[in-house]
Design a protein around this ligand. Sequence first.
Ligand SMILES: [Zn+2]
Length: 107
Amino acid sequence: MAQSLNYEARLLALRAEYQKRIDDIAQTLAQQSQDQQDWSDQAALHENDDTIYTLRQEAQEQLQHVNAALQRLADGQYGICTSCGMEIEAKRLEAIPYATQCMSHAV
Ligand SMILES: [Zn+2]
């Protein structure tokens, strides 16, 4: 599959992007815990925390999908639907390079 190199480059770029997002969030959280002496802002701070933890969790999940896709590339299983074993449509992989299922089986 000549295209797989192209997908690998995109996956590596995505991985760097999600990793950076996670690092940024970690920095923000570290910064916040330093600022926590200001008790009057605590309520707002905690509300903000929920959002940031959700963002972090999303980024971590995306990162796992990307890593799994890179592993499938290495195993020669990339682009194969995990439900039917058929090739995933190129259009779908263009949109979601870490897709594990073809259009008929994607939830
Ligand atoms: Zn399928």
